[in-house]
Ligand binder design. Sequence first.
Ligand SMILES: [Fe+2]
Length: 324
Amino acid sequence: MAREASWSDGPDGARRRTPPDAPHGPVVALYDKCVATLPSVPGVRPVHDDHVRAIMPYLEAVTARDLALEVPDEAKTPPSTSTSRLDRAGLRGGGGGGGGGDGDFFRRGERERVGERERERSSPSSSPEPGARRGLEYLHLHEDLAFTLGVFKFLAAGDAIPTHDHPGMTVMSKILYGAVHVKSYDWVVAPEDEGKPPPPVPVGTPRLARVVRDGVVAAGTTPLALFPTRGGNVHGFTAITPTAMLDVQAPPYALGAGRDCHYFHEVSEGPGGEPAGAGYAWLAAAPSQPESFRIDHGTYRGPKFGSNATEGGYYTYEGGHMMH
Ligand SMILES: [Fe+2]
């Protein structure tokens, strides 16, 4: 295949350049770290927790300003940016002790999950000004076989991405500004199937999922990470204020290659009429993307690199465009 041939130039199958005199900045540093860290050919070597740990500080360092994003006034004081409640509750700060093998980032995520529930209760619901723009935009920063970098913009409070999955994918997300309600799930599987890719959910037959997260995540929160079978691989977002979220998706969605996106909604009962129980939910697959959901392409005005670089020969990706 011509597409594969174009990936044969670099040491790990891709041609990527990072000249020493190229412009640097946090988002370029993030891109470079992803290039250096993530497996370049999906499926040959899966994304590992260590890859995520290595990339997270670079993702956390990127700000809205670094991407030339204008922060809307409504997002400048989102309802849950104050950390004082978390500080008082002892939920923030400190490296924490104990072993367990997971890094600080993973333990912090657990603490913040508790904090989110508290913050959600204190979050006023807001609605957009009359006549305000609303809907979703995607700003494309980079895409290759190994990963995508992009920004999802929720233009107004109430804008939502319906519950969907990321089969076989690892996703890291940082809220650049604003706040969103996140509800995420992992599929419940038999112990012998732990860690294996779950089979697709047939339309019309709900599958049991464990609720991983149900709360508000705001700018200033440690970036989220989800994995193919844990961490909330199935999730939906509803904006509390205008919000921008920077995503690293590795590998990218790939229609027909086992990484298609599916959509779900909660139903009250399982196939035999059984309730889900506390902390669980029955999810039914939608036959297709909900008609009411669409994402427009927005204009990215930040530094160009990777597949988005058009001139200068720096940070160029020469493998072609995979999909949108
Ligand atoms: Fe997602």
